[in-house]
Design a binder for this molecule. Sequence first.
Ligand code: SF4
Ligand code: SF4
Length: 228
Amino acid sequence: MNLNSKLLALDKVYNVYNDFASGINTFCKKYCSLCCTRDVIMTSIEGYKIIQHIISEDKTHLFEKIKSSAELKRLQPGITINGLAELCKDNDNDNLAEEIKTPMGQCPLLINDECSVYQDRPFACRCFNSINNCAENESATIDDFVLTVNNIFLQVIEHIDQGGFTGNLTDILLFLEPQQNCENLLSGKLIDLPTCLINNHSLKILMIPPEHKNQAQPILKALKKITY
Ligand code: SF4
Ligand code: SF4
């Protein structure tokens, strides 16, 4: 699938999630930014969408902040969510120790408590649906079923972006800043990735706990209707 078809599919996936999220009671809203850390993980299509936003909205000054962020510690995943699902299926518990760290500093795209790419923010930023006010409780609390649904969407987005890659927001945006890398992604040319970025996997098994299987069916049905 070419990148434009992937982007169309991604928008449809976001619409399905918006329908689901419209039924959730949540404290999350625009300008609420305690969760906007440097540890956002996303796929290359989400990065491409943000790069296009930055260029078309004349916000290239953001690259200075992104470059500064690259000098600081941040979460860099060693495995994608579909890779993790395969390991879980194979019970390879030795490799399940994903690096979960405490948030370290602000996202470079957060300016004056506002996301500078809000309408094109990645899924990881769309799926925080905290039932608590983080400012009062120091952390988000997300309903178990919402967490399951979020994982389904993360897995589907990675599946759509097969041939692409996953990584920290800062690393992906810096990698895609040179026009040539964006053009290579657009044309599906093999890209020589830096070690901080990892190849995406196809979706082989969904991570849905037994108690959520029935409840998740309408969402799975809506996602299956998306052609990709
Ligand atoms: S997760 Fe917390 S900080 Fe982030 S938008 Fe929701 S309520 Fe606000
Ligand atoms: S991309 Fe936007 S919404 Fe996501 S963490 Fe950064 S500033 Fe927050």
